[in-house]
Ligand binder design. Structure first.
Ligand SMILES: CC(C)(COP(=O)(O)OP(=O)(O)OC[C@H]1O[C@@H](n2cnc3c(N)ncnc32)[C@H](O)[C@@H]1OP(=O)(O)O)[C@@H](O)C(=O)NCCC(=O)NCCS
Length: 152
């Protein structure tokens, strides 16, 4: 199930975000400092265009999915990661994203979801393809990443 991110989740999210695997998969791979993390999230949680949910199974928090809505473009740009403790290759990533797509597309004004993935992140590339996302050519100067789009 997905539950909205609350301030009580932020300590756990910082641990996940600073794990080696998530940093390697992130556009900004630096270690996030605690103060910066809380400051960033306090702004994020107040912004009506921004959404974030914890994915949990049987009461265990396994991952996070978030997206920013551009109402003018009818588009949501998402990002996601599993907890370092969540088992890999068992469908948790896919299940989290499918649930997330259900929530995103429940907003009638959103017609597409965009994912930006580092070229080195094969699991995420394959996962986007599996969910039916189409590859869009990267912009000049962004050759280290791929952009995927899923239309409603
Ligand atoms: C990417 C991530 C969410 C995948 O989670 P997961 O639970 O291991 O993936 P799933 O078991 O749901 O796999 C679903 C599909 O993803 C792809 N996939 C997952 N792991 C893969 C791997 N190691 N290599 C290639 N493809 C892989 C496959 O298409 C797989 O389908 P299949 O099992 O039928 O082959 C997880 O590894 C993660 O959180 N990574 C770090 C953060 C990250 O990369 N975030 C995305 C940034 S764009």
């Amino acid at each position: 199930m997905l539950k909205k991110v609350e301030s009580s989740h932020l300590k756990m999210i910082l641990k996940w975000r600073n794990s080696d695997e998530v940093r390697k998969a992130s556009l900004d791979s630096s270690v996030i400092l605690e103060a910066d993390h809380y400051h960033w999230w306090s702004g994020y949680l107040k912004d009506p265009r921004k959404n974030a949910y914890i994915y949990s199974v049987d009461g265990v928090d396994l991952g996070i999915i978030s997206w920013v809505v551009d109402q003018g473009a009818g588009c949501a740009v998402w990002s996601f990661y599993l907890s370092p403790e969540a088992p890999r290759g068992m469908g948790h990533g896919q299940n989290m994203l499918k649930e997330g797509l259900g929530v995103i597309f429940s907003d009638e004004k959103i017609s597409e979801v965009v994912g930006i993935v580092l070229l080195s992140n094969e699991p995420s590339i394959q996962l986007h393809k599996k969910l039916g996302f189409q590859l869009i050519s990267p912009k000049t100067g962004s050759e280290d990443r791929l952009q995927f789009r899923l239309e409603r």
